[in-house]
Design a protein around this ligand. Structure first.
Ligand SMILES: [Zn+2]
Length: 91
């Protein structure tokens, strides 16, 4: 459920909750054990290793910002970028 209407602040709240309740879960791709919480000075950042979703809050400027994650397909990550019709017999 990727609602485009969510604001960066909403995403941050979601990220915090997923991180705590879903064992480092990602609110974007909904997976677990993939989000890193990074503190950089006044910034608190949640970064997903899997879909590249990022959201952060800067306590100094009181601003939220987020970067959309990549849509994940059923295909394994290493297959991304290859044509999916490549399964024709090779001989
Ligand atoms: Zn993710």
């Amino acid at each position: 459920m990727h609602t485009a209407e969510r604001t960066a602040a909403d995403w941050f709240t979601e990220a915090q909750r997923s991180y705590a309740e879903k064992h480092q879960g990602c609110p974007w791709c909904n997976g677990q054990h993939r989000v890193h919480r990074v503190v950089q000075g006044a910034k608190i950042k949640f970064v997903c290793q899997r879909c590249d979703f990022q959201v952060y809050f800067d306590a100094q400027t009181k601003r939220y910002q987020f970067i959309r994650g990549e849509p994940l397909s059923e295909v394994s990550e290493t297959m991304l970028g290859y044509p999916i019709y490549q399964d024709a017999p090779s001989n």
